[in-house]
Design a protein around this ligand. Structure first.
Ligand code: GTP
Ligand code: MG
Length: 434
């Protein structure tokens, strides 16, 4: 089902004309180009952008979202440019899309549909593919009628409900069944993921979040040599990757890379990407990566805050990582913005500049989970000694016969885990100092 949907709505290699309505809450200044992001999205999807028109309104028009006069202008321009598709920066109702298509005679795609199309072509893992398919079907369901109107044209005169209408019911049922199956599958996958993440609960987990193209994966590669895909495209990453990250001697934590956020992120996507964002929900620290060289970086920061709030992560400890310092034009301004945020650093994932500041900021957060403990264990317990050497900072140790008495700075959770499950070879915790 989603396969045919994708082909039907794909904008690959098509000539696209863009349109957008700017509402007061969008808060665009006169100097900014409201269609810049949509242009990048359309190009990421493979379309060739011919031009675009925006209109400022106090509220959307019920029929076309934009006013009728302006809509006619868009239709004329799209026709004279021989556009195959018109792409809207706003999210349109199924009826508005139908009105547009009637007006222009070409396919009209809204922002959600465009983002879904990009996600569909970029999803690699089964989980990401399932999440995208679910989001696409939920988007498709109220719009199914549109796809069957061509049948009604041929069959419309027969009876009160033509085969097109019957087909529509069959199709709706099939789509609903598929949605149910996909949700079930994702729930199971979510449970597995939760178990997987909680198995690692003795590790401090930092999670990279932020606007798409901010440089999260580049930073992940710089910090952990993870070798994840980096591209100057929107939505390069759709899956979460987690890697071990050595903050320093005896300080091993985990770092996760996640799917990027975007302004007006379709609600279907937030809901269906919950499993992917499970890492972020379990994170001890969020690293909010910002493309400080982007002309609208402050707007992007605000929309990421909005999504984090919607996901309920607003009270998680967070370091704001102003990235791409090497490409910033107005460094004085960016520095002023950065310094106005108490927990923030200015870095370049590309050149490595500022990475030490980031390590210090993360270390500080990590240190809050660390306690100083005196432990007693068997000198011959190689497994335990190697865990402690790798994951704790050993301050001193004394051999007492075949026992070792060790003073160490250790993550509280690791200590809890070692003292649980029959002690794991740990004979005694002589003292703990917070
Ligand atoms: N100049 C400069 N470019 C950077 C820097 N960090 C990342 N980039 C570039 O920004 C683009 C996006 O980088 P990614 O690491 O893929 O960004 P992302 O946040 O993972 O993007 P999504 O996965 O799409 O959400 C790539 O072209 C990178 O080379 C930086 O510090 N300086
Ligand atoms: Mg990425």
């Amino acid at each position: 089902m989603s396969g045919s949907h994708r082909t039907e709505l794909s904008v690959r290699r098509e000539q696209a004309f863009l349109m957008g309505v700017v509402l007061p809450e969008d808060d665009w200044t006169e100097r900014e180009d409201p269609l810049a992001e949509l242009t990048r999205l359309a190009e990421t999807a493979g379309a060739v952008v011919l031009g675009g028109i925006t209109q400022r309104r106090t509220s959307p028009d019920a029929t076309y979202f934009m006013g009728r006069g302006k809509a006619l202008e868009v239709a004329d321009l799209a026709r004279s440019h021989k556009a195959d598709v018109i792409i809207a920066d706003n999210n349109l109702s199924p009826a508005q899309i139908r009105n547009w298509e009637k007006l222009c005679g070409v396919k009209v795609v809204d922002r959600t549909e465009l983002i879904l199309d990009i996600f569909a072509t970029r999803a690699k893992t089964q989980q990401a593919k399932t999440q995208v398919e679910l989001a696409q079907l939920e988007y498709l369901l109220p719009r199914l009628k549109r796809m069957w109107t061509h049948l009604e044209r041929y069959e419309g005169g027969i009876g009160t409900r033509g085969p097109g209408e019957k087909q529509l019911e069959v199709d709706k049922r099939l789509v609903n069944n598929r949605i149910r199956d996909l949700k079930h599958f994702l729930d199971e996958m979510g449970d597995r993921k939760r178990r997987e993440v909680s198995r690692r609960h003795d590790f401090f987990l930092a999670c990279l979040v932020g606007y798409t193209n901010a440089g999260k994966s580049t930073l992940m590669n710089r910090l952990t040599q993870a070798g994840v895909l980096v591209e100057d495209k929107l939505f390069s990453t759709l899956d979460t990757r987690t890697r071990n990250w050595r903050l320093g001697r005896g300080k091993e934590v985990l770092l996760s890379d996640t799917v990027g956020f975007i302004r007006k992120l379709p609600h279907h996507l937030i809901a269906s990407f919950h499993a992917t964002l499970e890492e972020a929900s379990q994170a001890d620290l969020l690293l909010h990566v910002i493309d400080a060289s982007h002309p609208q970086f402050e707007r992007q920061v605000a929309s990421v805050h909005g999504v984090l709030h919607d996901l309920g992560y607003q009270s998680k400890p967070c370091v704001m990582v102003f990235n791409k310092a090497d490409a910033v034009r107005d460094l004085v301004y960016v520095k002023a913005v950065q310094e106005s945020h108490p927990q923030s650093v200015l870095v370049s994932a590309a050149t490595g500049e500022g990475i030490d500041d980031l390590l210090r900021a993360v270390s500080r957060a990590y240190e809050r989970t660390v306690v100083e403990a005196e432990l007693v264990l068997h000198a011959g317990d190689g497994r335990l000694l190697s865990i402690l050497a790798r994951r704790s900072e050993i301050i001193g140790q004394n051999y007492e016969g075949d026992l070792v008495r060790m003073r160490t700075r250790i993550d509280r959770r690791l200590l809890d885990q070692l003292t649980g499950e029959n002690g794991n070879g740990l004979l005694q915790v002589a003292s703990i100092c917070e």
